[in-house]
Write a new protein. Structure first.
Ligand code: TMP
Length: 211
């Protein structure tokens, strides 16, 4: 499962639509592994390094039409490159477990599949500038209507993508499931329509089974 690039640590990502509960699950797995004495770095995208957190503000606040899909791909990729250089690679090189709340699959689905057919552009930029896949990806699958009402209820002020509406979230869900289907060795789909503790227990079991 390990790729060897960037060190010997393990790189785990959580993906899913807005309000799917993936951030809670990323945190619960990190807490559980830390309680077992493992050295875990919990991080997120967009963000995860000071520069990338600044880019996050540009991306997630303001009008839904603020950026074209192409401009967005460049900004997400710039943020990811900085996150990789400053946070992920050093942690993996120090043999830490890195758990990231979102990574490149989000760009493939949000920018590559839902806002014009830009998947080829996303893939080219990824191989040019990132060139790294996670060792294991949990896709938290969730009913889009419930997820959207949860996401908007948070009122985080970072709702640019939630503001695209329900059919957008439905497209996203199908995009994530298609990715999981295309990369079954790396991706595990987890049913998120259950209490967080039940979801977390399955995540942990899958993590241990693939260690
Ligand atoms: P989150 O912190 O709630 O997961 O929000 C991040 C938002 O940014 C979410 O709506 C998904 C979106 N996003 C993309 O569109 N492309 C990306 O590459 C990433 C990492 C996030």
């Amino acid at each position: 499962m390990r790729q060897g690039l960037g060190g010997t640590g393990r790189f785990i990502t959580f993906e899913g639509i807005d309000g799917s509960g993936k951030s809670t699950q990323a945190r619960m797995l990190a807490e559980r592994l830390r309680a077992e004495g493992q050295d875990v770095l919990l991080t997120r995208e967009p963000g995860g390094s000071p520069g990338a957190e600044e880019i996050r503000q540009l991306l997630l606040t303001g009008d839904p039409d603020r950026w074209s899909a192409e401009a967005e791909i460049l900004l997400f990729t710039a943020a990811r490159r900085d996150h990789l250089e400053k946070t992920i690679r050093p942690a993996l090189a120090a043999d830490r477990i890195v758990i990231s709340d979102r990574f490149a699959d989000s760009t493939r689905v949000y920018q590559g599949a839902t806002r014009g057919d830009l998947r080829a552009t996303v893939d080219k930029l990824h191989s040019l500038m990132i060139g790294r896949e996670p060792d294991l990806t949990f896709i938290i699958d969730m009913d889009p209507e419930t997820a959207l009402s949860r996401g908007l209820a948070r009122g985080s002020g970072e709702d640019r993508f939630e503001d695209f509406g329900l059919s957008f979230q439905e497209n996203l869900r199908h995009g994530f499931l298609a990715l999981a289907h295309a990369a079954p060795d790396r991706c595990v789909v987890i049913d998120g329509n259950r209490p967080p503790e039940a979801v977390a227990a399955e995540v942990l079991a899958q993590f241990e089974a693939r260690a």
